[in-house]
Structures are given as structure tokens and as C-alpha cells.
Design a protein. Structure first.
Length: 261
């Protein structure tokens, strides 16, 4: 690095911050405001306007308070986005046998659940989360994502994968396979859905428009044939089918490599 150049340090995480409670910034604590309300409003605003339309000033206006009132509870916009990210991770329904509670482990001993079905549940929940909150995808690459809800999801996924019988040294690779597949699938699906909403058309209408526009163009023949072979009556049916089969491929690969040297 050239002499005199400025070193940009990675942003700190709210989960590693020493701040344990709201701190006063010259004013009294705002009446009727708390972390729960602020984070919930943040998620609603992000769902409605995306990351590009989000700002602390816009959030404060939505809450009917001043921006300084919001900063009474959070130090930075980045910290607030981390809190919103973890709040949405709490929407994921975890397999009961994968949460680690003693009573659930006793139930598992009595009625063992198939790890494949548990993995399908986690993958499907993760996909729906990415589609429901299209702004999540870029944040997952920006932040550590180590809040309590994110860690509960991560721990559940590790328990499920461990139940597959994979040796410890292969667990992270198998989890990466599933995580990255679902991330990519859900991200594209969520962005396509968001674009359709913004354009005021349904996904089926947009897809039909695209298919009609490439009709008779030889450079699109292979893609058109492949899409037509896998299409359902609706885009939603097509995506459900593609996701289920692709996930089956991933699970089959994990099983095939489980005992490989």
C-alpha cells in the first residue's frame, strides 16, 4: 500500500459492540420508542423501498420522531441493519429436533426424524426468507450475521448435517453447498419478484413477454427448449419444481460422498 494511503478497517459488528443498553445523546429517552419498534419499522421500510430507499431520516419520519431519537438506541445505520437482518432470521421455522432443547432431544430418541427432510425444511425456509425480504441478500455479504437468530439457524443446520453421518471434516463443505445453492436461487427469485412488482406486472406476464420476444431467434433456441421442458403452468410451479429437484441433487451428492475417501 502506498505511503500515506488511508487504511479502511472493516466495520464493527453490533454483536461485538460493548454497548449493552441505549445511551443518552443529550436528550431524555424518547417516549414510546424502543428497540423492537425501531427494528420492526426498519424491516417494513426495507421491504417497501429496499436498501436504496432506506435512510435513518426516512425511518425517523416513518416513526414520527427525530433522527436523534433513533440514534438514542443505535450507534450507526450499519448496526441497525444488522439488527434488522437478525430479526428476519428469527422468522425461520427450525426443525424441532434440531434446536437442541433437552425435551426435543428426548423426542428425537423416541421418533428419529430423517435428516434429509429436516434439511429440506431448513433450505425451503431460507429460500422463502430471501424471497420475502429481497434486501437481505446483499446484507448477508456485508455483515458477520452472528446475531442470536442467525446462530440458532446455523446451529440447527449443523446438527441436521451432522445427523447425516458425514465426518466432521466434511460438514462445512456440505453446508456450503446447500447454503450457496439456496442463496443463489432465493436471491434471483426475490429480485425477479421485486422487479415484477415494481413494473406492475405478474411474473407469468413478464416471462411470457420474454418468451414471445425470443421466438424465432436461433441464439435462444437451446435456452428456450430447456425452459419449456421444465416449465409448469405458472412461474411459481416452475420454481417449486426446480428448487425441489435441485435440492434432491444436492442431498444425493452429500450421500454419495459421505463415505468417500
Amino acid at each position: 500500500m502506498a505511503t500515506g494511503s488511508r487504511v479502511t478497517r472493516p466495520r464493527s459488528s453490533v454483536w461485538l459492540s460493548e454497548r449493552k443498553a441505549p445511551k443518552r445523546k443529550g436528550d431524555q429517552q424518547p417516549v414510546g420508542l424502543d428497540h423492537v419498534k425501531i427494528v420492526a419499522a426498519t424491516v417494513r421500510l426495507l421491504d417497501a423501498e429496499g436498501l436504496a430507499g432506506f435512510s435513518m431520516r426516512r425511518l425517523a419520519a416513518d416513526l414520527g420522531v427525530t433522527a436523534m431519537s433513533v440514534y438514542w438506541y443505535v450507534d450507526t445505520k450499519d448496526h441497525l441493519l444488522e439488527l434488522a437482518l437478525d430479526a428476519t432470521m428469527g422468522e425461520v421455522a427450525l426443525p424441532p429436533e434440531a434446536v437442541g432443547a433437552a425435551e426435543e432431544l428426548e423426542h428425537l430418541a423416541a421418533e428419529p426424524q430423517d435428516w434429509r427432510e429436516q434439511l429440506r425444511q431448513l433450505a425451503s425456509e431460507y429460500r422463502r426468507l430471501l424471497v420475502r425480504h429481497a434486501w437481505l441478500s446483499p446484507l448477508l455479504g456485508e455483515y458477520l450475521n452472528m446475531g442470536p437468530n442467525a446462530m440458532a439457524f446455523s446451529n440447527a443446520a449443523q446438527r441436521v448435517m451432522r445427523n447425516s453421518g458425514l465426518p466432521e471434516e466434511k460438514l462445512t463443505s456440505a453446508l456450503s453447498l446447500v447454503y450457496q445453492f439456496v442463496y443463489g436461487f432465493g436471491t434471483i427469485e426475490g429480485r425477479f419478484s421485486a422487479r415484477c412488482r415494481a413494473a406492475g406486472v405478474t411474473q407469468d406476464e413478464l416471462l411470457q413477454e420474454v418468451m414471445s420476444s425470443v421466438e424465432g431467434r436461433p441464439e435462444f433456441d437451446e435456452s428456450r427448449k430447456t425452459m419449456e421442458a421444465g416449465r409448469g403452468r405458472t412461474v411459481e410451479e416452475m420454481r417449486e419444481r426446480e428448487f425441489a429437484i435441485a435440492l434432491d441433487f444436492a442431498i444425493a451428492g452429500i450421500e454419495a460422498l459421505r463415505d468417500a475417501p
